[in-house]
Design a protein around this ligand. Structure first.
Ligand SMILES: *[C@@H]1O[C@H](CO)[C@@H](O)[C@H](O)[C@H]1NC(C)=O
Ligand SMILES: *[C@@H]1O[C@H](CO)[C@@H](O)[C@H](O)[C@H]1NC(C)=O
Ligand SMILES: *[C@@H]1O[C@H](CO)[C@@H](O)[C@H](O)[C@H]1NC(C)=O
Length: 368
């Protein structure tokens, strides 16, 4: 054996050994929580893990859920949502929908998010203020059951240590555009939406919550459903083919939300309020789709009509006549509105990188 070959063999062996050693070390993405992670989530379809199905008896059928759960779970995706990946990152079970009474155990928190929810109007199922009222009921029930000797209930200390996640606003904007509000009128409504989010956070804080995780809203104008609904003649498209006015309303909302979080940080000094820039993550995914292994970022995997959007409001995913692509992992968008598990997975790893968070704290900050 000539020596260069031998050297190269030794080098390859060393690399192999290093790789082997590295793969035996604890995965750096594995959480090292020192207390049991407790999470309460409020929001819409972006984080609904079964609330709509349990609460209204609405059915979400195959091919929803086909990729990961291999059955429909009420999630509006082919697999896991962002919140599922975040739960996995702290090694806790998927968050059960608050309204799922059969078989649920709420030992790691509860998910109040329901498909279609917005902040306004209030007091209708399942507006943000209703979700917060449900949480207050959950908390007082836990207290009563704990007093009468029930095991496994979350106590006051738990409610204080828990993470409170909020991901809402998309439907407030979408509903306003759907009601043919002018752009100016949509923008005028934003402060009222933000006031609801502020009131939700303050109400949770009044009831002991100290750790908040707030997602901003994504580029609404890049959703295949919106692109399909808006007449070609009245579409003002940006360089990635998304509706400019919808995206700019989302950006105005996000700017307000970021500002609200800053304001709340000085008001609620005993709290940590993390603002997460989902918009930038989603827009990058769409604008640089091929870099992430996706094709047709503005086309739904599951729907009807084929390119450019594969969407038709009369033949939506899960209904007769709709068809799903073979490889959901090649698509960002699942059903015209919601993201695929593949896209959610990339988004989760970006969130966990802390680069999109203000302040930059690791997601597991609440379980130490
Ligand atoms: C994750 O949770 C499981 C069961 O709850 C436990 O057995 C395992 O040790 C945990 N792993 C880490 C890294 O915390
Ligand atoms: C695409 O990626 C480049 C390089 O990371 C970045 O500068 C750009 O903003 C991204 N595009 C979008 C639409 O986010
Ligand atoms: C959808 O259904 C409605 C009511 O049946 C009909 O008026 C409309 O033309 C349909 N739209 C498309 C695109 O098929």
């Amino acid at each position: 054996m000539d020596s260069p070959k031998c050297v190269s063999l030794i080098v390859s062996y060393s690399i192999l050994i290093i790789i082997t050693i590295l793969s035996c070390l604890p995965d750096s993405t594995q959480s090292l929580c020192t207390t049991r992670p407790l999470i309460f989530n409020f929001g819409d379809s972006n984080s609904d893990t079964g609330g709509l199905v349990a609460g209204l008896g609405y059915s979400v059928t195959s091919p929803y859920g086909r990729t990961f759960f291999r059955r429909s779970t009420g999630r509006l995706s082919d697999g896991r949502l962002l919140i599922d990946f975040l739960c996995q990152s702290v090694n806790t079970s998927f968050l059960p929908a608050y309204l799922e009474s059969l078989g649920s155990t709420f030992t790691n928190g509860a998910n109040f998010a329901v498909v279609g929810s917005s902040t306004l109007p209030k007091f209708v199922p399942f507006a943000l203020n209703v979700q917060v009222m449900q949480f207050l009921h959950f908390k007082s029930r836990s207290h009563d059951l704990l007093s009468s000797g029930s095991q496994g209930m979350i106590n006051d200390d738990g409610f204080q240590r828990a993470l409170y996640m909020i991901d809402i606003g998309q439907n407030d904007l979408a509903d306003a555009f759907a009601n043919k509000y002018t752009y100016a009128k949509v923008i005028k409504r934003i402060p009222f939406v933000l006031a609801e989010i502020k009131s939700a956070i303050k109400s949770i804080h009044d009831n002991g919550g100290r750790k908040f995780w707030v997602h901003n809203t994504g580029p609404l104008g890049c959703l295949p459903q919106k692109l399909w609904l808006v007449q070609p003649s009245s579409r003002d498209l940006d360089s990635h083919g998304c509706i400019s006015s919808y995206n700019s309303a989302a950006k105005v909302f996000n700017e307000g939300l970021r500002h609200l979080c800053t304001e709340l940080r000085s008001e609620l000094k005993d709290s940590t309020i993390v603002y997460v820039d989902i918009y930038t993550i989603k827009y990058d995914l769409i604008g640089n789709a091929s870099k992430y292994g996706f094709t047709s970022p503005l086309m739904a995997c599951c729907g009807f009509g084929g390119p450019p959007f594969n969407y038709n409001i009369n033949v939506t995913c899960g209904h007769d006549g709709a068809q799903a692509c073979n490889q959901g992992s090649g698509f960002i968008n699942w059903d015209g509105i919601h993201f695929t598990e593949a896209a959610n997975s990339i988004m989760a790893s970006k969130i966990l990188s802390q680069r999109y968070s203000t302040p930059r704290v690791p997601f597991d900050f609440f379980c130490h």
